[in-house]
Design a protein around this ligand. Structure first.
Ligand code: CA
Length: 257
């Protein structure tokens, strides 16, 4: 599996002269349906996941409640753009393997083309996910499909990031997601030669470590765009700086407190 890196844009301004490429995810700001307050996803489906106009194929979370639930939904209390975002609520989760997933349909792409996939996150000020608790993590998985929209092609890609950030022994700790602003987590990849479609899946999950995970994080403005800018230096694993988190298997964390 090729490693993929999140690049945190904290305190850095990406020089980008080219006009932004079209967002292939289209309606990805979670503005429909209109909700009032935090509105959990339901079995019937709150976020439209089948309409032709939406990019989404699945939005939901693990159903087990013993040991704490993970609840996802749409809210109008905060937004990066528009009036709504989605939220992931870890409700005093002590169990392992609780998760939430947001997955796209198959999105048509060009073969052998660089792309950038991203979503913006922001911690809930009232119930923050903190560095000193059992930190959850988010992954983004990108799968490639051939022209028949069925056959997987090339190697899938996974990016991994701890929420709210990394704990570096001796510090400084690196907060990726905070309550005072939205933070974008973009990832770059190049499609395989035979690829005609990609499917992107964001997962939020608790680790296997003992402890409790409690708090809420909001997400808004998912995007998938052609990336015609030169790859960032951090995309090279040999030259990765500390803002790039390597991609361990699910459940692993990058360092211990
Ligand atoms: Ca929005």
């Amino acid at each position: 599996m090729r490693a993929l890196f999140f690049i945190a844009l904290i305190g850095a301004t990406a020089a980008c002269a080219a006009p932004p490429a079209q967002n292939l995810l289209g309606e990805s700001s979670f503005e429909e349906p209109k909700v009032t307050g935090r509105t959990p996803e339901t079995e019937e489906g709150l976020l439209p996941v089948d309409k032709e106009t939406t990019p989404w194929a699945f939005f939901g979370s693990s159903e087990e409640a013993e040991g704490g639930r993970v609840v996802v939904g749409i809210t109008d209390e905060i937004a990066k753009t528009g009036k709504q975002s989605i939220y992931v609520d870890f409700e005093k989760v002590t169990a392992n393997l609780r998760y939430a997933i947001l997955m796209t349909k198959l999105i048509p792409i060009k073969p052998s083309q660089a792309y950038r996939v991203a979503i913006w996150g922001r911690i809930d000020r009232k119930r923050p996910l903190a560095l000193d608790e059992r930190r959850p993590f988010t992954t983004v998985d990108v799968d490639f499909f051939g022209a028949d929209a069925k056959t997987k092609t090339g190697e899938p890609i996974r990016g991994f990031q701890l929420i709210p950030g990394r704990v570096i022994p001796g510090g400084p700790h690196q907060l990726i997601y905070v309550a005072k602003r939205w933070t974008e987590s973009p990832s770059q990849f190049t499609t395989p030669a035979g690829a005609a479609f990609v499917q992107v899946k964001w997962t939020w999950q608790v680790p296997a470590d003992p402890g409790e995970t409690d708090g809420v994080i909001f997400w808004d403005d998912a995007s998938l765009q052609e990336d015609n800018t030169p790859a960032a230096p951090a995309a090279d694993p040999k030259k990765a700086d500390t803002s790039a988190v390597k991609t361990p298997e699910l459940g692993e964390v990058d360092e211990k407190k």
